[in-house]
Design a protein around this ligand. Sequence first.
Ligand SMILES: CSCCC(=O)C(=O)COP(=O)(O)O
Ligand SMILES: [Zn+2]
Length: 199
Amino acid sequence: MVEVAQRLGGYGYFPATSGNLSIRESGETLHMRVSVSGIDKTRLTEGDLLLVDEHLQSTEQAARKPSAEAIVHVKLYQKSDAMCILHVHTLSNNLITLRYDARGSIPLSGNELLKALGHWEEDARVNVPLVENYSDLTKLATAVAAAYDPAVPGVLVKQHGIYVLGRSVAEALRHLEAFEFLFSLTLQRAALTPLATAE
Ligand SMILES: CSCCC(=O)C(=O)COP(=O)(O)O
Ligand SMILES: [Zn+2]
């Protein structure tokens, strides 16, 4: 996870201490290691991942606070078979929520990297769920978990960022890189459309 945080940090995906990461522990009851709140995630260390239960009680270090958005991770784990969740704020994932604000989802289509999201079918089309950015984080977590679609490993929050799920750290990373590529492509393709039509 530390290597993943460094890699995502290298892409500029954690501006201004934003973002959070978690890994679910295997076991009967829900426990996860989640990043400490407010730290620079580009410099994450193993010690910055706090072990907490579903009530966000730390079983290790009471002095350090888990991510303010840890409740979103809990509710997504309760709704899915994910073992890792990555949350990042990027220019592309914010701009795309502006473009499709009224639609309630982001349509992705017409590109090979949809396969990296698990969609190998001909003419694959994916709708990434889009939810309001509620300041009440329990309300946000409930909305994100309700919008989650098992066929799409991510949920976007308007003018905020994306939560990406994977059954392993490597899978979550692959999903996140694919989403960010596809958001950027979709935005740039839309900007090119008038030119293509004029040709
Ligand atoms: C400074 S970014 C605002 C909070 C946020 O959206 C985020 O992703 C980081 O919160 P955390 O408590 O995990 O540091
Ligand atoms: Zn955030």
